[in-house]
Design a protein around this ligand. Sequence first.
Ligand SMILES: [Zn+2]
Length: 62
Amino acid sequence: MAYSYACADCEGMESCPGKVVAETENELWQLLALHAKLAHDENASAWDDKTRTYLKTLVKVV
Ligand SMILES: [Zn+2]
């Protein structure tokens, strides 16, 4: 079992090929934060609850 996140699923990120897969949800969020920083210059610690809740709906268990 793994957790997967495809950036293109996120509203406004349709053109991003970034994908993150990790064994645990915790690792996934850390990789996601790193991707957001490197690819989109977004600071994950600035995400509010609404953003996190939305992103959570995009995480798939694979
Ligand atoms: Zn991305």
